[in-house]
Write a protein that binds this ligand. Sequence first.
Ligand code: THU
Length: 131
Amino acid sequence: MDWDRLLAAATAARANAYAPYSHFPVGAAILMEDGSIWTGANVENCIPALGTCAERNALTTAASAGLRKPRAVAVITDTSPPSSPCGLCRQILSEFIDPDDDLPILMANTRGEREETTLGQLLPHRFKLRA
Ligand code: THU
């Protein structure tokens, strides 16, 4: 897995975060099966519930282009240890992952710390509409 490339894309996306309320910019990048990389940043709103997370924006951008097979995700913040995707994003990311598959996730921060995990570790026993 070429984490450096995916993390560079997430880092670039983070620069576009719109986080005037939390002051917590997040960048995410998602690698799809076809090799393409799609990015997202968090975009907040004066109605707090309307803000969207970086991971969700990255995935929905890829999905909106017709892509359905995520292969890896990188997310970057400036927390130590690196922040993990929120519960909502874990569920969103699970949408296109087959029950027997998993999704590698790199959590990183601006200080160069990296932690690798998987969706299966972050969201065990995830909900499936069908058995
Ligand atoms: N945020 C993300 O973009 N991804 C996450 O996984 C957790 C939180 C954003 C939402 C909000 O704009 C800010 O970080 C603070 O919660």
